[in-house]
Design a protein around this ligand. Structure first.
Ligand SMILES: Nc1ncnc2c1ncn2[C@@H]1O[C@H](COP(=O)(O)OP(=O)(O)OP(=O)(O)O)[C@@H](O)[C@H]1O
Ligand SMILES: [Mg+2]
Length: 319
């Protein structure tokens, strides 16, 4: 049974669609990445999974429970670590955990067992009785994760857990995601950071404007790009030269797409998908010399998730 199953999910805010017909499912012990720029619909999707928001259409099951019809069971199977911290600054770490545990109707004897366990898990046992307002940003994030885990959920939703976090806490969070995965938990992880997704996620869904544009293992997504992308701008329009560019060695496709931010008119630009960027570049320069065609800008992008994203959307992930 998939741990999370989403089919045809739609969510509107007034007349603007925030999530537009997305479908995916996750397995136990899988880290599933939701990757996308600001406003892609990541947080909205997580809010529906944890029953904070009602979908307008579609089916969502968590651990086999329908989030609409069996909201209580679905809620207890899911732990949510929101993008914004939700902690009581004047309470201790222990009392914060006890508060949230009671919301999940955990009894006191169970809480006395479970609180030290989750504090250990996030490395805050020694700070259990300190007030949260004395914690660093990274420590607060880690406590926020402990809150999400207090009721032993099967699925953990982490919404951009490393934003505003120091490198040490960031590594700590990575290691703990890997540990939770090894224990069989499903983790859904949203981020703008491609390198985090590459490191942590078994599979990644690339989201933009409410839609999933691609969903696969990182390796398979990278193979969409072969040997990389070359963006090149010329001093004059080049539409009639595209077939020549496509005939260069190792080129898979040449088109007039380009990153949105580029100031040069699109008629003067080309995007070249290649199996081998170095060899294609060499031939491209020779071709331009022979044609007396001046290159005005040139950008080579390695095949990583960032360039896959750019390739799919023609947008940079971050401004
Ligand atoms: N409460 C709300 N009321 C109206 N519109 C909203 C609300 N929350 C989100 N939206 C809109 O829905 C879309 C998706 O927002 P969402 O917060 O899900 O994106 P996100 O992928 O989490 O972005 P970010 O990376 O910035 O956190 C955006 O267009 C946003 O403006
Ligand atoms: Mg968000």
């Amino acid at each position: 049974m998939p741990s999370v199953e989403v089919e045809g999910l739609v969510k509107f805010y007034a007349d603007r669609v925030a999530v537009d017909q997305i479908s995916f499912s996750t397995r136990e012990g899988e880290v599933f990445g939701l990757l996308g720029p600001n406003g892609a619909g990541k947080t909205t999707t997580l809010n529906i999974l944890c029953t904070l928001l009602q979908p307008d259409a579609g089916l969502v099951h968590v651990a086999g429970f329908d989030v609409n019809k069996q909201a209580d069971q679905a809620k207890s199977a899911i732990g949510y670590v929101p993008q914004e911290l939700s902690l009581f600054p004047s309470l201790s770490a222990w009392d914060n955990l006890a508060f949230f545990g009671r919301i999940y109707r955990m009894d006191e004897s169970d809480l006395r067992l479970r609180i030290p366990e989750v504090l250990d898990l996030v490395g805050l046992r020694a700070r259990a009785s300190d007030r949260v307002k004395t914690f660093s940003g990274g420590m607060k994030r880690r406590l926020n994760i402990a809150v999400g885990l207090i009721h032993r959920p099967k699925v953990l939703l982490l919404d951009e857990p490393t934003v505003g976090v120091d490198p040490q806490s960031r590594n700590f969070i990575f290691e703990h995601v890997e540990l939770l995965k090894a224990q069989g938990m499903t983790v859904i992880y949203t981020t703008h950071y491609m390198e985090e997704a590459e490191r942590l996620c078994d599979r990644v869904a690339i989201m933009d404007e409410g839609k999933i544009l691609a969903m696969d293992s990182t390796a398979n997504l990278l193979s969409l790009l072969g040997g990389g992308l070359i963006y090149v701008a010329f001093e004059k329009p080049i539409a009639e030269l595209l077939p020549d560019l496509e005939a260069l060695p190792f080129v898979r496709n040449a088109s007039q797409d380009s990153p949105q931010s580029e100031p040069v008119p699109i008629q003067q630009r080309a995007k070249i998908e290649t199996q081998d960027a170095n060899r294609t570049l060499l031939a491209l320069i020779e071709y331009c010399l022979a044609q007396q065609l001046r290159i005005t800008s040139l950008q080579v992008m390695e095949p990583n998730l960032e360039s896959v994203f750019l390739h799919l959307t023609n947008k940079q992930l971050r401004d």
